[in-house]
Design a protein around this ligand. Structure first.
Ligand code: NDP
Length: 317
């Protein structure tokens, strides 16, 4: 009997290669939770995933209704859930005005954080019923969430402030969590701070009572995933070269996928409440370690407030 893992955003980049790596292990069935079924199907074939190793199911993380429908469909399928990987994200650095989710929330925070917050909340029930020794819930982080690290120093820096935008309901005219003026790069980074805070709150609230392992990771700078497709073309060309030759942070999509798969499946990664990293400069056979998260992402009070407000915004409070 194979274990089942759900991976969001498995149609490209880190998620696709994580799906491939887990499928190749032979003892995992991968549910690729994607918004574009045809694209996901083509991607799975292109990277050579065996046909019986995966199922593609529809989810649009930007829509809370769609997240609920996904969970209902997943349960209908009768599969057990042994691991959930919250990976999907959008990054729209050139936007002048915010885009909005069907519920009216700023779209990058809605997709990267609120959709995954609701999904994690709902699928906690499924993970509780897993017969795996340590069911896992893994949320992708990034170095740019952390101004204490070199890769996180480039402005604008993430800052949830006093969560005034969330408090005010996060709809028009509000588009930033801190209630300030719209800044698309900061919106992405803020959403990733929420991802890490969510992981830590899940750990604090549920690890002891459920045995579920909650963790995050920074897979390295995967500079040539399509995440940067909404950036200037010149940036897309130069960024991978810069990461390869100047910073040494470059990680291939293949390797990033293997790192996610390890955090999902390997016994070395059964610690809960932690954030894994392989460092910013990639060394051959570099080892992973537990990395300290940013001051905001380790602020328990902020985490609790973020949790309460997010629960309200997604309708589970
Ligand atoms: P990609 O853009 O390659 O992949 C993002 C995935 O998310 C795609 O499958 C995309 O679907 C999916 N997605 C986007 N919006 C939605 C939505 N509304 N509903 C469902 N799926 C959606 O990015 P990466 O692989 O680079 O990023 C994956 C994760 O890794 C992110 O969480 C990112 O923050 C993190 N990360 C990436 C780093 C990097 O250097 N690339 C570094 C550190 C962390 P579609 O194919 O349809 O567009």
């Amino acid at each position: 009997q194979k274990s089942t893992v759900v991976i969001t955003g498995a149609s490209s980049g880190v998620g696709l290669y994580a799906a491939k790596a887990l499928a190749q292990r032979g003892n995992w069935h991968v549910v690729m939770a994607c918004r574009n079924l045809e694209k996901a199907q083509n991607a799975a074939q292109e990277v050579g995933m065996p046909e019986d190793s995966y199922t593609i199911m529809h989810i649009d993380l930007g829509s809370l209704e769609s997240v609920r429908q996904f969970v209902a469909k997943f349960r209908e399928s009768g599969k057990s859930l042994d691991a959930l990987v919250c990976n999907a994200a959008i990054y729209m650095p050139l936007l002048k005005e915010p885009l909005r989710s069907p519920e009216g929330y700023e779209l990058s925070v809605a997709t990267n954080h609120l959709g995954h917050f609701l999904l994690s909340h709902l699928m906690l029930e499924d993970l509780k019923h897993s017969s795996a020794e340590s069911p896992r819930l893994v949320i992708l982080g990034t170095v740019t969430h952390n101004p204490d690290e070199l890769g996180g120093k480039i402005p604008p820096r993430p800052d949830l402030g006093q969560l005034k935008g969330f408090e005010a309901g996060f709809k028009e005219p509000h588009s930033m969590i801190d209630g300030k003026k719209f800044e698309p790069v900061k919106a992405y980074k803020d959403s990733k701070v929420c991802n890490v805070l969510t992981m830590r709150e899940l750990h604090r609230r549920y690890h002891e009572s459920t045995g579920i392992v909650f963790s995050s990771l920074y897979p390295g700078c995967v500079a040539d995933t399509p995440l940067f497709r909404n950036h200037y073309p010149l940036f897309q060309k130069i960024f991978p070269l810069f990461q390869k030759h100047i910073t040494g942070g470059y990680v291939s999509q293949e390797l990033s996928g293997e790192r996610v798969a390890a955090v999902v499946a390997d016994p070395e990664y059964s610690q809960s409440g932690v954030y894994w990293s392989w460092g910013n400069r990639q060394k051959k056979d570099g080892k992973s370690f537990v990395q300290k998260v940013s001051p905001q992402a380790r602020d328990d009070q902020k985490g609790e407030r973020m949790w309460e407000l997010s629960a309200k915004l997604v309708g589970v409070a």
